[in-house]
Design a protein around this ligand. Sequence first.
Ligand code: HSE
Length: 433
Amino acid sequence: MPTQDQQGALQVALLGCGVVGTQVARILLQEKDSLTRRVGAQLNVLGIAVRSLDTERDAVIPRDLLTTDAHALVEQADIVVEVMGGIEPARELIDHALRHGASVVTANKALLAQHGPSLYETASHHEVDLSYEAAVAGAIPIIRPIRESLAGDNITRVLGIVNGTTNYVLDQMTRHNLDLDTAVRDAQRLGYAEADPTADVEGHDAAAKAAILASLAFHTRVALDDVACEGITHVTAQDVAWAARSGHVIKLLAICERTPAGVAARVHPALVPLSHPLASVGDAFNAVFVEAENAGPLMFYGQGAGGAPTASAVMGDLVTAARNRVLGARGAGESAAANLTLLPSGEALTRYQMRLSVLDQRGVLAQIADVFAKHEVSIETVTQAVREDKPGYAYLVVATHTSRESALAGTVEALKPLAAVDEVMSVLRIEGS
Ligand code: HSE
């Protein structure tokens, strides 16, 4: 295991020099003296591993720190900071670092959601830290509050807006009556969305974060494949307008819940009542709303992406890991002791709002109500509006009491073939009420 050198400096290896890596390097170099005082030892940047030495880089990066030999760098380090992203070679390099006795700080949510347990075990076996505050919701401190501050409480639910791109897109649709494609193009122009926005708009990025949050919150391993995931691609301008009419706003939520039967994590667009604190989270901001038995409701809000905000979270982990090494200690490892049952997605309990286009004739409402009743879904409210654009038809907006996901799915399938039902236009869950 590498140890502090004779002057007591800790050797830090940086893997990756993109938007986040550049900002981490800048802070490490510019704040060197102040960091030394905070840690109690100097943080020496040993090197920065990159794919190519020829890429143009920010002037803040000293060229002589760059190397393409990540393995050699990792083997000499006390602390490795992985901000390269992707699964390989990041997984293999982190594993190599842990086995060499280095503590690791990573921002890699996809890697943790897929390979977290084996990496946590390796870190534990080699008695080093593996920390990942930046992997969920960028600058927002949420991993440490759940892992440490709430370690003595019982978290019952986490509702998170954990993807800034989709929050920006839905917010633009809400504020400016845009359709989805126009709002996604805006997000791309502003640099929020990638040229290929799939990971964001299909909910995959949020699902990886949901897996990490649920695992921590419920002391139970929840992998990416355990998260039921639905993105925002089917959300229309009409859905957004109807949400406003019923006093809601549409948000892509990561939902982690514990019930007496077990735990579940899901990601999907949801109607959030305007009175809920998450409803006012606009632009590309993130927020995580936590409900705990003793603490009650808590809300964490801030920037979920971007170089400097994400680097802030990385630096927090780095300083903590460095302090631990100075003290010869290590922070909390994985806590999966509860090992609660993972519930199938059909068992999720929530409320729904369904918008139908139906024939505007007597008896239609009764027929529809009968389908809900037969599937044991209880109706809370029904609103009808004549369709100006389609004479003889009406919109029917049905909000349900809390029901099982599988019962609602059965209701929708039974409604579709009815002669009186022109179209099931949208089915959205209502969360946070
Ligand atoms: N693409 C993510 C977002 C940031 O839009 O929030 C990285 O997880």
